[in-house]
Design a protein around this ligand. Structure first.
Ligand SMILES: [Mg+2]
Length: 392
């Protein structure tokens, strides 16, 4: 009897124990530079190494959670760089979280919001690490903490971004042959529009009519160039045009959207919920690209999806060439969304010479599989982190 009462008392104590055990002891940031298999070009930058900040959160129970902030060619795609992300984490975000419970996700997000405006990549990496650590503590996948998965696999897009149509054709054919990808995103804007169009024509002719082609202009065209050249994209049966004009030119983007039969994908134009609501209400596009680097956290990315959906936008699971760590965090959230009409482009693990985890994410039958283990479901490869970590 006494033993049973002690057992009940212990059970009642469990939530409090878990809260105590998940106290955040330390948060560290490591800058990592991982080589890519080929040059990856965008309208305003190109990379041969991917810059990440690896976040490690250590809890009082000894569990370490990991998260990743991704950048693209320094502070170009967005304002944050690996150096600024690391500095924001060490100097402003970690100090307000240390000593509190990792499980208090929303309270932690509020604390980070008060400590730093925007800095979304830094905040997103920390929250991913907190979710990973709590998931590992409880033996639950991150998706369970985010509402529960409604899908275990997501259709996955590959990006063609070397700028050399011969190489790109070969790369796409190899992806089709391996049954890994049949939807391709072509990066535009680093060459003159007529040359980019010639490249696209070669790809369409070479790959046939069955593959889905998406064009990402990364803010590279003016409204006038859109008026002149988007009809050619219509001719080539492009399924989606991503962020054709500069992010702040919402009126121009809305006019471009109204003229074309191709849906526009809103990316750099909207980071926050308010920006999503405004761009959607103005008619800037009909699909929204979800990214941790824009939302600043997994829970906030789910809210972003809700705001976008409420405005009639379809959803696209965006990426910034994350390794399996960042991809797993995104996929955990994507797996819980009622709708994800365009699937995801989390091909990042496959563009790296070496992934940062012991077991890279699986790609099968044109889909990416969402890892099922506790937390993010991926294990850090410490040897690779050591070899790719920036040496000061
Ligand atoms: Mg984009």
């Amino acid at each position: 009897m006494t033993r049973m009462l002690a057992g009940i008392a212990e059970l009642l104590e469990t939530p409090r124990n878990v809260l105590r055990e998940t106290i955040i002891r330390s948060i560290s940031a490591t800058i990592v530079e991982a080589p890519t298999l080929r040059r990856h070009r965008l309208s305003n930058t190109e990379v041969t190494h991917q810059g990440y900040v690896l976040v490690r959160v250590l809890l009082d129970n000894g569990v370490t959670g990991i998260g990743e902030a991704s950048t693209l060619g320094g502070p170009r795609w967005a304002e944050e760089s690996v150096e600024s992300i690391s500095a924001a984490i060490v100097n402003y975000l970690a100090p307000v979280l240390r000593g509190g419970s990792a499980m208090a996700f929303e309270a932690n997000a509020i604390r980070m919001g008060k400590a730093a405006t925007r800095n979304f990549a830094a905040k997103g990496a920390i929250e991913s690490a907190l979710v990973d650590a709590v998931g590992k503590t409880l033996g639950l996948p991150a998706s369970a903490l985010l509402g529960g998965a409604v899908r275990q696999r997501v259709g996955v897009i590959w990006a063609l971004a070397s700028g050399d149509s011969g190489q790109e054709l070969e790369e796409a054919r190899e992806k089709l042959r391996r049954r890994e990808h049949r939807d391709f995103k072509i990066k535009f804007g680093f060459d003159r529009p007529p040359n980019d169009l010639k490249r696209l024509e070669t790809l369409r002719r070479g790959l046939g009519d069955d593959v889905r082609l998406i064009v990402d202009i990364n803010q590279g065209w003016s409204e006038a160039e859109c008026i002149r050249f988007i009809p050619a994209l219509e001719e080539l049966d492009v399924a989606l045009v991503e962020q054709p004009v500069p992010a702040l030119q919402l009126e121009a983007m809305a006019r471009v959207a109204a003229r074309t039969s191709i849906p526009l994908l809103i990316d750099e134009a909207a980071f926050t919920k308010e920006e999503i609501a405004r761009s959607a209400a103005m008619g800037c596009g009909s699909v929204y690209s979800l990214k941790l680097v824009k939302s600043g956290g997994l829970f906030e990315m789910k809210r972003a999806a809700g705001v976008a959906a409420a405005h009639g936008l379809e959803l696209y699971g965006g990426c910034l060439l994350e390794s399996s760590i960042g991809a797993a965090a995104h996929l955990a959230a994507f797996s819980t969304m009622p709708k994800l009409e365009w699937g995801t482009e989390h091909f990042g693990p496959r563009i790296l010479v070496d992934d940062l985890v012991t077991e890279t994410l699986r790609f099968e039958e044109f889909e990416i599989c969402i890892p099922e283990g506790p937390g993010l479901g991926v294990q850090l490869d410490e040897d690779k982190i050591r070899s790719f970590a920036r040496k000061d």
